[in-house]
Design a protein around this ligand. Structure first.
Ligand code: DQA
Length: 144
C-alpha cells in the first residue's frame, strides 16, 4: 500500500474549536500533519481532503479508485445517515477503514447506527486523533 486518501466529513474543519471536550483540542491541520508524519514512517503517502458536502465526499471516493490503495474515512455526521457515501465505498474496490475521534457507541442513540462503517473493512473509534493513526496502521497491515 502506497497511497491513502484521508477523507474528513462535515464540521471536522472546525476541530480545535468544536466541542473540544469531545473531539480534542487539535485542529484538523495539525491532525493531518500527524497522520502524514506517521504515514511517512510506514512508507505511505496520504492525501487529506475535508468537505462539508455529501456529494463531494462521494466524488472523492469515486476518484480514489483511479489512484488510491486505501481510504481512511471519518464521515462525521454522514456516518449515521448517508447511504450515498456507503454506496460509493461499496462501489470502489479500494479498502476503507472508518474512523471516529469519539466513541459514537457511548454517545446519543442516533449515533449508534453507522451506515458508512458497514462498507468498510473495520472501524477505529474513541481514541481522538490517534484513531486515524491506528486506522492507518490497520489499513496498511491488512494489506500484507
Ligand atoms: C465523529 C462522530 C460523529 O457522531 C459526529 O457526527 C462527528 C464526528 C467523530 O469523529 O467522533 O461529526 O465522526
Amino acid at each position: 500500500m502506497e497511497k491513502v486518501l484521508v477523507l474528513h466529513g462535515p464540521n471536522l474543519n472546525l476541530l480545535g474549536e468544536r466541542e473540544p471536550e469531545i473531539y480534542g483540542a487539535l485542529t484538523l491541520e495539525e491532525i493531518d500533519r500527524r497522520i502524514a508524519e506517521h504515514a511517512g514512517r510506514l512508507g505511505v503517502t496520504t492525501r487529506s481532503v475535508q468537505s462539508n458536502v455529501e456529494g463531494e465526499l462521494v466524488r472523492e471516493i469515486q476518484d480514489a479508485r483511479t489512484w488510491a490503495d486505501g481510504i481512511l474515512i471519518n464521515a462525521a455526521g454522514y456516518s449515521h445517515t448517508s447511504v450515498a457515501v456507503r454506496d460509493a465505498l461499496a462501489a470502489v474496490p479500494v479498502p476503507a477503514v472508518a474512523v471516529h475521534l469519539s466513541n459514537p457507541a457511548a454517545r446519543e442513540h442516533f449515533r449508534h447506527v453507522d451506515v458508512v462503517a458497514g462498507a468498510c473493512r473495520g472501524v477505529v473509534a474513541g481514541f481522538g486523533w490517534r484513531s486515524y493513526v491506528l486506522a492507518l496502521e490497520a489499513l496498511t497491515d491488512a494489506d500484507q
